[in-house]
Design a protein around this ligand. Structure first.
Ligand code: NAD
Length: 344
């Protein structure tokens, strides 16, 4: 019998519980061996324990080192910090991995298969910001500090090269702005080039591109890229751009990989405008679950899940409203579960 894998499950807020239920149904049909420890966070955490990231949730992830999570809302007011940022810091989730692959052909861009690996802890997102008052204007000048370390850059770049090679990719592109931000992104670029020269030169191709040119090239000819690796802010923007190339956030999964844990999620938020209506598209979280299966070396199950999603969307043409279809979450899930079961 397959050994069970303990994993933390955070249904999350808004449409979270609906898309998590759909994902659990698919994983159950696959007989994926996860043993779930259900915990709350976000708004759910505040309601249950007065904390968006309760101790029990953190303890659970500390124990399992693995989590699948729905989107979390950070309540405005009350001075709460974003639960997502706290999770990244707590578990040193230094790599944010976002694949973008065309599933439904015939869109504006066909046959896209890109991987964005974003540094998740450093850069301009560390939140060191302040104002400088001048005269009677307390906010006359706004300042932000970015921090990139050689060690942080190296571990992220190393992760990206290893992942690219392990997944049979051909090329890694380092995206930077070292012509202007010479220290902040120059350090990242230099570290990547040195690392490639020393360790990866014979195994994978490397190119470098300035972030503004990269954005243009991604729209003109995205097929020229394979794996993009970059710093926090650029990665945040470019990973949404590539999600747009394959049909939007409803199709975009993400993994946060760290030294102490790995957390898998959909890229989109809690979609409060459609929560509770039974119309949310669970595909992004389903694809995140496939990444989680890969991470747990259950690649065969991951492939079966991806094949079943393809078949449901393209052969059965069962699609939710955001993809132009008429199916609700339950009908889509039922079609997907049938596909999984019928494929054996
Ligand atoms: P959102 O992604 O929740 O919604 C943007 C639009 O996309 C909405 O119209 C929504 O209905 C639609 N949409 C999103 N996911 C969908 C799905 N699976 N199926 C169908 N339609 C979908 O972004 P937002 O409205 O800016 O954020 C709402 C809340 O989510 C905020 O509190 C935000 O902080 C939070 N958020 C959380 C995460 C996370 O936990 N990883 C990420 C982003 C936003």
């Amino acid at each position: 019998m397959t050994q069970t894998i303990p994993a933390t499950l955070i249904p999350g807020d808004g449409i979270g519980p609906e898309i998590v239920d759909a994902t659990l149904a698919a994983l159950e049909a696959l007989k994926a061996p996860f043993e779930w420890d259900r915990q709350v966070a976000g708004l759910g955490g505040v309601q249950a324990h007065g904390d968006p990231l309760p101790k029990a949730t953190l303890d659970s992830i500390r124990r399992t080192k693995l989590a699948l999570k729905g989107p979390l809302e950070t309540p405005s007011g009350g001075g709460y910090r974003s639960s997502n940022v706290r999770l990244r810091e707590e578990f040193q989730l230094y790599a944010n991995v976002r694949p973008a692959r065309t599933i439904i052909p015939g869109g504006r861009f066909d046959n896209i298969d890109l991987l964005v690996v974003r540094e998740n802890l450093e850069g301009l997102y560390i939140g060191h910001e302040h104002y400088v008052p001048i005269g009677d204007d307390p906010h006359a000048v706004a300042m932000a500090t970015g921090v990139n370390t050689r060690q942080g850059s190296r571990r992220l770049l190393e992760y990206a090269f290893e992942l690219a090679i392990a997944s049979g990719r051909k090329k890694v592109t380092i995206v930077h702005k070292a012509n202007i931000m010479k220290a902040l992104t120059g350090l990242f670029l230099e570290t990547g080039q040195e690392l490639w020269e020393r360790k990866y030169k014979d195994r994978i191709a490397l190119e470098t591109v300035i972030v503004d040119a990269c954005a243009m090239k991604l729209v003109l000819n995205p097929w020229q890229f394979d794996v993009l690796v970059t710093t926090n802010l650029f990665g945040d923007i470019l990973s949404d751009l590539v999600a747009g190339l394959v049909g939007g956030l409803g199709m975009a999964p993400g993994a946060n990989i760290g030294a102490d844990a790995a957390i898998f999620e959909a890229v989109h938020g809690s979609a409060p405008d459609i929560a509770g209506k039974g119309i949310a598209n669970p595909t992004a979280l389903l694809l995140a679950a496939a990444m989680m299966l890969d991470h747990c070396k259950l690649g065969e199950l991951a492939t079966r899940l991806r094949v079943a999603i393809d078949a449901t969307l393209n052969l059965d043409k069962v699609r939710t409203g955001d993809l132009g279809g008429t199916a609700g979450t339950a009908a889509y899930t039922q079609a997907l579960v049938s596909r999984i079961k019928n494929a054996g």
